[in-house]
Design a protein around this ligand. Structure first.
Ligand code: NDP
Ligand code: GDP
Length: 343
């Protein structure tokens, strides 16, 4: 029988890749989106699946809407990818972030209990919950220490998912995913900010790329690999918590240098800290550090140990750091060349 999935956050990066994978596996896919004057399905268009995803209006803040949406679709599986997902904004909008990212998943879990407790649930948890890391690498049993309102809200959502699994025997899984990127990543996140701005500079823009902390370390993977792990988690006999990560860590500085190379710039760094900048061979400033992009509390390093997902689910990432940077930089150079790159 055809399986039916409800994917929240369908206008986002992971929503698009996940819908594509589910369609390839023969699912009937319903994409939950929040209506706005500018609701934009460009990522589904980019992957060529816009007309294969049925659209369902949905807002994490509205319990009655969530209940009705689930009752109407009657999915076998719900993937909750919707969230205010940008750490920096969560410092500016902590209450909204908490409402959407902590209480939103609780509203969905309550609706599942009410409508049909056999619906399987996936919660998009995050390595940001490890924050000020208590051990390296981080795995499922590593103690959490979130460093932002986003991380704290996601930690609530993680524990309420575990709690509903244990209290009501729901098949509720928490996927603790390390940063994952793609040409469909939002341009506010550092990787895509770098590739999109460098591409525009390559095509004539004069303003430099402005960044904050270059020394943050992240375990960056490719989003297309990670959505496959989400599906595998939901198919497991027992719901559980799983880390997905590459097991390799790189700095923001390495990402900039590598992306610049792909774009054809050679960067020469000068200065220190908030006064640092990089020029190209012609003396043009390409990168400028700005203190406004530093965060009130930083997550300095993240490195994941995904042994559990690899051994129990057979999951593994297929894209290296180099390949990821090249894929993103090439896609943005192509968009810039065609005049369709917006930041
Ligand atoms: P995006 O920011 O690309 O997508 C977020 C999605 O959530 C968008 O579709 C957005 O809709 C939707 N959304 C936001 N607020 C609401 C709301 N109030 N009601 C309904 N929908 C809402 O994130 P990603 O695709 O990168 O990430 C998917 C999930 O995984 C998120 O929960 C994120 O926190 C989590 N995660 C992501 C990681 C990553 O590296 N990408 C790492 C670990 C976890 P709209 O288009 O209207 O804004
Ligand atoms: P996060 O890990 O979810 O916060 O993903 P981001 O891509 O937003 O940030 C990754 C790291 O890059 C963090 O440590 C940021 O402090 C650092 N960073 C440095 N400069 C910037 C910038 O200009 N924008 C963003 N978003 N992050 C930056």
């Amino acid at each position: 029988m055809t399986k039916r999935a409800l994917v929240t956050g369908v206008t986002g990066q992971d929503g698009a890749y996940l819908c594509k994978r589910l369609i390839e596996r023969g699912y009937e896919v319903h994409g939950a989106y929040r209506r706005s004057a500018s609701s934009d399905f460009w990522r589904l268009d980019y992957l060529g699946i816009a007309d294969q995803v049925k659209r369902v209006p949905f807002d994490l803040l509205e319990p009655s809407n969530i209940l009705r949406a689930i009752d109407k679709v009657r999915p076998d599986e719900i993937y909750n990818l919707a969230a205010q997902s940008f750490v920096a904004l969560s410092f500016e909008q902590p209450i909204y972030t908490t409402d959407a990212d902590a209480l939103g998943p609780l509203r969905i879990l309550e609706a599942i209990r009410t409508v049909d407790p056999s619906i399987r649930f996936y919660q998009a948890s995050t390595s940001e919950m490890f924050g000020k890391v208590q051990e390296t690498p981080q795995k499922e049993s590593t103690p959490f220490y979130p460093r932002s309102p986003y991380g704290v809200a996601k930690l609530y959502a993680h524990w309420i998912t575990v709690n509903y699994r244990e209290s009501y025997n729901l098949h509720a899984t928490s996927g603790i995913l390390f940063n994952h990127e793609s040409p469909l990543r939002g341009t506010e996140f550092v990787t895509r900010k770098i590739t999109s701005h460098l591409a525009l500079i390559k095509h004539g823009r004069t303003a430099p790329l402005e960044l904050g902390n270059l020394d943050a370390h992240r375990d960056w993977g490719f989003a297309g690999d990670y959505v496959e792990g989400m599906i595998q988690m939901v198919q497991a006999d027992q719901a559980d918590d799983f880390v997905l990560s590459t097991g390799e860590m790189h700095t923001v500085r390495e990402f900039v240098n590598r992306a610049a190379e792909v774009a054809g710039f050679r960067l020469h760094w000068e200065g220190e800290g908030a006064s640092e900048f990089a020029k190209d061979d012609d003396g043009k400033t390409i990168v400028q550090i700005k203190s406004e992009f530093y965060r009130p509390a930083e997550v300095d390093t993240l490195l994941g140990d995904s042994t559990k997902a690899r051994t129990q689910l057979g999951w593994k990432p297929t894209t290296t750091f180099q390949e990821l940077v090249e894929m993103m930089m090439t896609a943005d150079l192509d968009r810039a060349a065609r005049g369709i790159l917006r930041v």
